[in-house]
Design a protein around this ligand. Structure first.
Ligand SMILES: [Zn+2]
Length: 107
């Protein structure tokens, strides 16, 4: 069995922070990240993932009207086959998700 990032610590670099990593769905409901280094929204491959955190009770359950059944954070390792850019990104519902992207950038 392999471990995510060979068990080494990881964190997304500045190349993916401050709104620099973007993406979109394709013609269906699959979401793709775009390489922040290459032109023309080149697609990144997801090399690996891990469940980085999970909570049986959502951390904001007492502060929202519609409660998520559980809290989770997924981490993904990204690769661009063209320029070999490699990085990490996390998708989570455990931080506050209200407001605007501008407000999220300021947090
Ligand atoms: Zn690239």
């Amino acid at each position: 069995m392999t471990t995510f990032n060979d068990g080494k610590p990881y964190h997304g670099s500045e190349a993916v922070q401050d709104g620099k990593l973007t993406g979109a769905t394709d013609g269906t409901d699959y979401f793709y990240f775009f390489c922040p280094m290459c032109p023309d929204k080149r697609l990144l491959r997801l090399l690996d993932y891990e469940v980085r955190a999970k909570e049986e009770k959502h951390p904001y359950a007492d502060h929202v009207d519609v409660v998520a059944p559980k809290g989770f954070t997924l981490a993904f390792k990204l690769l661009c086959d063209k320029c070999l850019f490699t990085d990490f990104v996390k998708v989570s519902n455990m931080g506050w998700q209200g407001g605007t992207h501008k407000q999220a950038l300021a947090r």
